[in-house]
Write a protein that binds this ligand. Structure first.
Ligand code: GDP
Ligand code: MG
Length: 307
């Protein structure tokens, strides 16, 4: 987790935003719906802003949706382009209408909300190659939102070493490109128990990303992957050298899991340093120095998803 130091002390009315990203189907919309309820119960003035122009089955009531501005379907019909091109076009269109659409709407909502969950589009190329979403995020930062990217990745990707190595590379690439406080999440962790027989290592191997030598050995077991040994070794060593990628496990339907993730996110975007619902010196200190023991962390973060 990349962490931001407290800058809010000088800001009059701090505003916060979680940028929920991750491949289609990784659980972004479900997370937004559950986080909305959860944060509301904590008393936060929170709302979801849908920035995904192809978001179907929104299970929450957004305070604002990009689909009021443009939809993938309209683009496909009017521009006679395919779904991927239409999505890129929508992202460009959004980035071109920040000053006359997104920001005025957010400022208006600012009267009643100071915490936004941005449900973002999933296509990875929007974050790794394209600049439109980066432009949106940069502009929000300049608008003095304390942002954190919450990158959801289906924990199913742990089931095969080759999938996991691709996940690591994708997470690192996104983190470096976005250069924002960042929390990587393995979503649908409740399903890990079901897949556990397929996992080659303990769950904490995947969350902590400390020693990838074992992953490399496993990759070499597969003849199809063995011929890429040098490439895989280079990727593993790069991920280890940066030492930035680690994951939080999330089961959106578990209150404890949502609470643990909230603690990480609050540290990452600096919410914890501001007059939030946890204002005591002890809770600040606990967050600041990571006062939890390794055993306690294992008990809460890893154990529920084992056996
Ligand atoms: N078991 C389980 N399923 C989940 C969880 N989060 C999301 N899902 C399911 O994953 C599917 C895709 O979720 P969705 O939120 O639409 O993904 P999006 O495309 O990233 O917005 C849906 O069927 C959700 O019910 C979770 O924590 N546990
Ligand atoms: Mg969605």
């Amino acid at each position: 987790m990349m962490q931001r130091f407290p800058t809010q002390a000088t800001v009059e009315n701090p505003r916060y935003g979680q940028l929920i990203i991750g491949p289609p189907g990784s659980g972004k919309t479900t997370y937004c719906a559950e986080a909305l309820k959860f944060y509301r119960e904590l008393g936060r003035q929170v709302g979801v802003v849908n920035l995904d122009p192809a978001n179907e089955n929104m299970s929450y009531e957004p305070v604002l949706s990009v689909m009021e501005l443009i939809t993938v379907e309209d683009c496909m019909e009017h521009l006679k382009i395919g779904p991927n091109g239409a999505l890129m076009h929508c992202a460009e269109y959004l980035a071109d209408h920040l000053e006359d659409w997104l920001l005025p709407a957010l400022r208006k909502l600012g009267a009643t909300h100071n915490y936004f969950l941005f449900d973002c589009p999933g296509q990875i190329e929007l974050y790794t190659h394209h600049t439109a979403m980066a432009r949106v995020f940069e502009r929000l930062e300049r608008e003095r939102y304390s942002l954190v990217t919450v990158n959801l990745i289906d924990s199913h990707y742990c089931s095969e070493p080759s999938k996991f190595i691709a996940t690591l590379l994708m997470a690192l690439n996104t983190m470096l490109r976005m250069s924002l406080p960042h929390v990587n999440v393995l979503s649908k962790a409740d399903l890990l128990k079901k897949h556990e027989t397929k996992l080659h290592f303990n769950v904490d191997f995947y969350t902590d990303v400390l020693d990838l030598k074992y992953l490399l050995d496993k990759l070499d077991d597969d003849p199809a992957m063995r011929k890429y040994h040098k490439l895989n070794a280079a990727i593993c060593s790069m991920v280890e050298d940066y030492a930035l990628v680690s994951f939080q496990l999330l089961d959106v339907f578990s209150t404890d899991s949502m609470l643990r993730l909230r603690n990480h996110i609050d540290k990452a975007n600096g919410y914890v340093y501001k007059a939030g619902e946890e204002q005591t010196v002890n809770s600040l200190l606990a967050c600041a120095v990571g006062a939890e023991t390794e055993a306690a962390r294992m008990e809460h973060d890893v154990r529920p998803y084992m056996e």
